[in-house]
Design a protein around this ligand. Structure first.
Ligand SMILES: [Zn+2]
Ligand SMILES: [Zn+2]
Length: 141
């Protein structure tokens, strides 16, 4: 997979290389706030496969304690506020960029496989059905 993405204003641009990353939907309450919507669509990209290729300022970060107890750090454009990716200090997220897939450029629909997992389904919006196929997890596991 070779894909590019950007924030809403276009100042932050990034590239993703390597194997097609796993995709997960996350319905946790923190992702509701981060996205302003019902869930995050998360590409789990090894950090070595991710690079910021344009940006006049470094991304801003904000850290919050996620319900599981881990520290979740949100990385966003200081100009337009778009969350580009998240990182976390739990073991399963070491070395991984949790990329907000909606920031991918035109390849979004073409390049994305179906999700492998849905997390925090206990907070899934009541009218939203589970996706057929991916493993379902009430929390992170
Ligand atoms: Zn921006
Ligand atoms: Zn989440």
């Amino acid at each position: 997979m070779h894909a590019s993405g950007s924030c809403l204003c276009g100042d932050v641009k990034y590239e993703v290389a390597g194997e097609r990353p796993n995709l997960a939907l996350c319905h946790c309450q923190e992702c509701h706030k981060v996205t302003g919507s019902c869930f995050s669509t998360c590409l789990m990209v090894p950090e070595n496969n991710f690079s910021i290729v344009h940006g006049s300022k470094p991304l801003k970060t904000f850290t919050v304690k996620q319900e599981s107890g881990m520290n979740l750090k949100v990385h966003f454009c200081p100009n337009c506020g778009t969350t580009v990716y998240k990182t976390a200090d739990a073991e399963q997220f070491k070395g991984t960029i949790v990329l907000q897939a909606g920031t991918l450029d035109k390849g979004l629909a073409v390049n994305m496989a179906k999700p492998n997992a849905e997390f925090w389904t206990k907070y899934r919006t009541s009218w939203l059905e589970e996706v057929k196929g991916p493993q379902q997890f009430a929390e992170f596991a």
